[in-house]
Design a protein around this ligand. Structure first.
Ligand code: HEC
Ligand code: HEC
Length: 425
């Protein structure tokens, strides 16, 4: 295994945002705590080896992070990686009190906030310009820093300098990769070595000493061969790097092939958008409500915890995000959008959904295979129709705050269930 450490920086505790309290530390994730204690240690060791501590950062060259070059060294930090150090310093000053030292969304201010600050360690961000299943681009995080997240406590940092924002974006990405590296390593071990798995194995008459022996074997390198776990570390690192690189790939950026075709005021486009909103195919109303006030029936249902097996439901009614926090569908009559209010931002929200939430993307549902007369469509026609549908929905969303009067007396749901066909142009 090649651990390329391009950066090791030692700084004094006092220079960390002038904090004079207890020394800043990266904390272990909850998942890690669920492993048997013999397995926790190696996880902590490996993560520290590849990422260091807040006071002694390590830049793992495998990761697609722009650490900064040695020729622009910050005085006192002549080694490579000035940008990561700069990012850390800015983060400690501006972000730590909400997002926490480890980027776990658990800073000292966090318990008082709703919504909670993002925990970056899932490697997942909500408002992205990338396809379903693809991570956030640098540009997405940059946009969030530029605009803040309206309607939440996440402030805008537009007053920082361009190079400061760049350093912050890299540091946030680095914290996200750090957290995800830990999470993925734990996932590799938990089916055999979580406290629960070990208890189950013992119930099946496996001896604890045998389980620990097997674990130690997994961790042990010999002269002839590196340990099985070092292979796991390499694979996890490779996959993680590839996933973050893919997010920067232009092929994964959502770009409409066809421009927004009509001004938002066009009543026909708005009413087609409304019909799609009410359609059985998209079912926006089940979450956002008949009058788009964010109060659909889904907000009182009990929802399954994602990834739970056997399936478990959240204790509280209503939607929850992948972090387990309760979320509400947006009240669209207010005209406030967290992921940006440009038409292209809304296009992307409809296309790929809001990542880490139950609002999944609708691009697939909006691809018609046939036209109204039943003729098969070619790829270009499918793409054009999908764009037209999405822009109709965007036009509807943008009209909602001004359309109270026309929305109140609703069409009967059955009549609205089939979207009106778009006129041929
Ligand atoms: C006062 C508290 C607060 C501060 C300070 C703060 N944030 Fe946030 N941040 C939040 C909250 C709350 C959210 C989640 C909002 C939501 O879920 O819609 C958030 C979300 C985010 C997200 C996630 C965006 C997404 O698409 O999922 C990023 C990235 C982020 N913040 C970065 C930063 C950075 C970098 C700083 C410092 C420069 C910072 N934040 C400072 C409260 C804060
Ligand atoms: C399963 C429930 C669900 C469905 C179905 C759903 N949404 Fe959402 N929607 C949500 C939730 C939850 C949020 C807020 C997520 C968050 O910020 O954490 C949201 C947010 C939004 C936003 C705000 C985006 C922003 O940047 O703030 C818009 C616009 C939106 N939805 C439109 C739609 C449209 C149009 C449809 C149908 C094509 C739809 N939604 C279907 C649950 C849903």
């Amino acid at each position: 295994m090649r651990v390329g450490v391009i950066l090791t920086v030692v700084i004094t505790a006092a220079s960390l945002a002038g904090c004079s309290g207890p020394e800043a530390k990266f904390v272990l994730a909850k998942d890690t705590e669920s492993l048997m204690k013999e397995a926790r240690k190696p996880i902590e060791k490996v993560v520290t080896e590849h990422f260091g501590t807040p006071h002694k950062l390590v830049g793992w060259e495998k990761l697609p992070i722009d650490y900064g070059k040695a020729d622009k060294a910050v005085p006192g930090h002549e080694t490579a990686g000035w940008q990561l150090v700069e990012g850390r310093n800015l983060y400690m000053r501006h972000c730590l009190h909400c997002h926490g030292v480890s980027g776990d969304g658990n800073g000292p201010t966090a318990p008082y906030l709703n919504p909670r600050p993002r925990d970056y360690r899932r490697g997942e961000f909500k408002f992205t310009s990338t396809a379903v299943g693809v991570k956030a681009r640098r540009d997405d995080i940059h946009l969030v820093l530029q605009n803040g997240i309206p309607g939440t406590s996440m402030p805008s940092f537009a007053l920082l300098k361009a190079n400061e924002l760049t350093a912050l974006v890299e540091y946030v990405r680095w914290l996200a990769m750090r957290g995800e590296f830990e999470k993925r390593l734990v996932a590799e071990l938990s089916s055999d070595y979580s406290v629960k798995a070990v208890n189950d194995r013992r119930k099946n008459n496996e001896k604890l000493s045998d389980i620990i022996d097997a674990f130690n074997k997994l961790m042990t390198s010999t002269k002839e061969a590196p340990s099985e776990f070092s292979g796991t570390i390499k694979d996890v690192g490779d996959n993680l790097a590839a996933d973050w690189l893919a997010a920067e790939d232009e092929a994964n950026l959502i770009v409409p092939k066809h421009p927004r075709h009509l001004p938002s005021a066009d009543p026909q486009s708005v009413s087609r958008g409304r019909a799609l909103y009410m359609s059985e195919k998209l079912k926006c109303y089940t979450c956002h409500g008949l009058a788009a006030r964010g109060d659909g029936t889904s907000t009182v249902d009990y929802w399954a915890i994602p990834g739970s097996s056997p399936e478990k439901k959240f204790e509280a009614r209503g939607l929850h995000d992948n972090w387990g926090n309760p979320i509400k569908p947006r009240n669209l009559t207010l005209g406030q959008y967290r992921g940006g209010r440009r038409p292209i931002d809304l296009y992307r929200r409809i296309y790929a959904g809001i990542k880490g939430t139950q609002m999944a993307g609708f691009a697939t549902a909006l691809r018609d295979a046939k036209d109204e007369k039943g003729n098969a469509l070619n790829d270009d026609q499918v793409a054009e129709r999908m764009d037209r549908h999405i822009w109709d929905i965007v036009n509807y969303i943008l009209a909602v705050p001004y359309q109270q009067q026309t929305i109140e007396p609703l069409l009967p749901m059955t009549a609205a269930a089939t979207p009106a066909p778009a006129p041929a142009k």
